[in-house]
Design a protein. Sequence first.
Length: 255
Amino acid sequence: MSVLESFSLSGKVAIVTGASRGLGQAMAIALAEAGANIIGVSSSSDQIETKKIIEKLGREYLELTIDLRDSTKTHSVIEKSIEKFGKVDILINNAGIIRRAPVTQYSEKDWDEVMTVNLKSVFLLSQKFAQHVIERKVKGKIINIASMLSFQGGIFTTAYTVSKHGIVGLTRIFANELAPYGINVNAIAPGYMATKNTEPLRMDENRNKEILSRIPMGRWGDPQDLKGVVVFLASSASDYITGAVIPVDGGWLCR
């Protein structure tokens, strides 16, 4: 197999949570461009654009409207994917929410919602996916989306910061236990990306200036910046990489 062939995802089936926009949409499109059929998961029926782009590439797209805040429904993501395609090879745990408030005022409701979507759903989906892949006796790929706040504390983002630290731990324990079954588990840690989640920061002139001053590349990241790394981690080109957290941050962590 040539090096370029090792990046092909032809015949593969990938689940991408949070696929309707931003990072999730860009990664879903990248996987489809590499050959995969896609299951897009979102909490609302707003995946029309993602679906159109992927089907125009000649790939199949299954849209699932599932609110990951309801953990009783999380298992249905894997089940419905198997019903449609007969298998799942790749799981991208991208869906995430953020709630901002000072730590002394952070509500229990916000804590519970963020932790359920950002961490608990990742555990449940990864567990169900792993069971499916092990039963099939094939290789599989799990890619979790971490954050710069997997390494730092941040401010006003209590539950988000804790959840993203947890993603790194979850990635490593799953990598250790699933390696014997041929399942690679890695994480991507995006830097400061121009998405809806970061809009409040970009609209704050002082915070925007502070953030840009620390990024060596001098710009906010774009969702397109994740396309190469997600295809790499989803493909056989990364078969000897597991438990890794790869920053895509314009050099933020170097500063």
